[in-house]
Every structure is written in C-alpha cells, then in structure tokens.
Design a protein around this ligand. Structure first.
Ligand code: 13P
Ligand code: SF4
Length: 307
C-alpha cells in the first residue's frame, strides 16, 4: 500500500486536513496541508473549513485545535504523543502558584493542558510571549509552565518582573552552554539559532532566538551559509531538505545529536492513515473547561492581531 496516496485519498473523501508541527518525522510533510509552529498551526485550525483536522503534533496542540474549532472532529494519530513540559503542571499547581502570588496576571504557555489554560488569564506561544506579556502592562507577571521561556521574556522587557513556575522542556535542556562554546569553536562562520525553551545561558549567547517557524524563516532569509540549530532535530531535517530542494547552498547542523523529542516522534504515516480511516483518537474536552480555555487562547489571538 502506498501510504501517501491512500492518506491523500482519504483526506479528499472526508474533507480532512493535516496540520503538522515542525518537530514531526519529516515524511509526514508529504501529506500535510500546513507545517509550522504552535501559533501558526493554531491560526490554521481556527480558519479551516475542513470537517476533520488530523493534528500531527503532541496532545496539547491537538487540544488547542479542538478549542479553536469546537465543531470539527480533531484526531491525534498516536495517543502516546504527550509533552513532558505540559505534564509538569496541573490545576492544583496553578491554584497554589496563584495563591502564592495574589493579584498578578498569569500567562500560560500553550504547552499546557486545556484545564491549565482554563485557569489562566491569557495564553502565549514562543513566538508571541514577549508581546503578550508586554501588552499586559503589569509590573509583575506570573508565567507557567516554562521557567526558561519566562526568564527569556523578562530579559526582553524593561521593568517587568516575570515570576515563573518551575517547568521546563527536558529535550531543550539537553543543550548545554558548553555546546555553544564548542559550536563557536568548530563552526566559527556559523550563526547559532536557538529556541527560547533552552536554558537561559544558551538563549543569551545565541545569535537569534525564536519559535521553530521563526528559526526556519530567519535561516531562509539570512545571507549566511552555515547555521548551528539549538532546537529539535525536525527543524534541522526540514532546513537541510529545503536547502537541497531550493538550492540555498546552506548547511544546518544540530547543536548536539541528542536533541530529539521522543514524544514528537510517535506519530507515523501508518498512524495517520489508521486514524483517518477509523476516526479513532478523537480529542474531546468538557464544555465548561473548553469555554474558559478557549477564552485564554482567543485573547492571545486577538492581542496578536492588533499589531
Ligand atoms: P513552537 O511554538 O516554537 O513550535 O514550540 C513548540 C514546542 O513544543 C517547542 O518545544
Ligand atoms: Fe514538549 Fe519539549 Fe517535546 Fe516541545 S520539545 S513537545 S516542549 S517535550
């Protein structure tokens, strides 16, 4: 069976689209309608007129798509696709965090469950976190779950204290400040591009810090020829593929060979075919939670569209 052909056939028959995060196994791009970061994929989920959304990503991303398209069927190809960072915080932790710092707005990173989003003031992604926190016009802001993204945001804003929950991404924390030093020595001509989930010392010494999609766009438009990438391998695979395909003549090097998010790699073409055919693995969210969580995502999208 040619899985790509069969998936494309099913997509047509069922009026389905496939949204794919850029950490996914690269062969999934062959059947994808949109590939990008969390913000871009959320926007695509809110705009589509498809009946079914297959989300090739992790659970919180599929949940966000369901929040933004409540009347559509949202399917996650492999239910083992969780996010270790999102699992570090639950509603009880959120309540405790808020009670320890009363009357301070809470921004929650999109890498969190719908229940956590339902208990925060506004959501953000890695590409709009600075702007979202800035627009709150508050001297103090609570930020959960990613302590490193929170501290990165604080470093970009004058006079704002960002009080962070102590969550983190185990994959990005495998990138150590020594990796940056080594990369500078081994590739002196290269630019180092990092994701803000990295350790603050890593982000601070990179040449560019941005979301997965921002890193890819920066690399594409840059006139430099060599780049060391401090985020998950899927980004490097796509950049090297595009460099070959479109003759960019650029080289992309993964900062350290262990930067692979195991959860992001669960989804396969076979899983996508199975879930499209059976319509199993549907995402459901109880209505009360969904209404509140949707509000925090919609506030984020609205704040972004004002600029
Ligand atoms: P992006 O929004 O930058 O794609 O980040 C998602 C993510 O999970 C990074 O680890
Ligand atoms: Fe979660 Fe980290 Fe994987 Fe992103 S890379 S999905 S934050 S575990």
């Amino acid at each position: 069976m040619n899985l790509v052909e069969e998936i494309n056939k099913l997509k047509k028959e069922k009026n389905a689209i496939i949204l794919t995060h850029c950490y996914q196994n690269i062969e999934i791009d062959e059947v994808s309608d949109f590939v990008g970061d969390s913000l871009y994929l959320s926007k695509m989920a809110s705009k589509t007129d498809a009946d079914i959304i297959v989300f090739a990503g992790v659970y919180f991303m599929a949940q966000s798509a369901k929040l933004l398209s409540p009347n559509k069927k949202v399917l996650l190809p492999n239910m083992n696709s969780g996010c270790l960072m999102a699992d570090m915080i639950d509603v009880d932790n959120v309540k405790l965090f808020k009670s320890q710092h009363p009357n301070i707005p809470l921004v929650c990173y999109i890498n969190s469950t719908a229940e956590v989003k339902a208990n925060c003031d506004i959501c953000c992604t890695s590409s709009n976190a600075v702007e979202i926190v800035k627009n709150l016009n508050s001297k103090k802001v609570l930020f959960a779950p990613d302590t490193y993204l929170g501290k990165w945001v604080e470093s970009k804003l004058d006079g704002v204290e960002v009080i962070t929950f102590n969550g983190f991404c185990p994959t990005h924390l495998r990138i150590r400040p020594e990796d940056i030093e080594k990369a500078r020595k081994n590739y002196p001509q290269a630019l180092i591009l990092a994701h803000p989930e990295c350790h603050f010392e890593v982000s601070k010494s990179a040449d560019f810090v941005g979301s997965t999609k921002e890193i890819m766009e920066f690399a594409k438009q840059s006139d430099k020829k060599q780049f060391v990438i401090a985020t998950e391998k899927g980004v490097v695979d796509r950049l090297n593929r595009d460099s070959k395909l479109y003759n960019w003549n650029k080289e992309f090097i993964l900062i350290n060979e262990n930067i692979i998010c195991p959860n992001m790699k669960h989804n396969t073409l076979q899983d996508i075919y199975n879930t499209l055919e059976t319509e199993n693995n549907e995402i459901t969210i109880d209505e009360n939670t969904a209404d509140k969580a949707r509000e925090s995502i919609n506030k984020m999208l609205l704040a972004g569209s004002r600029n």
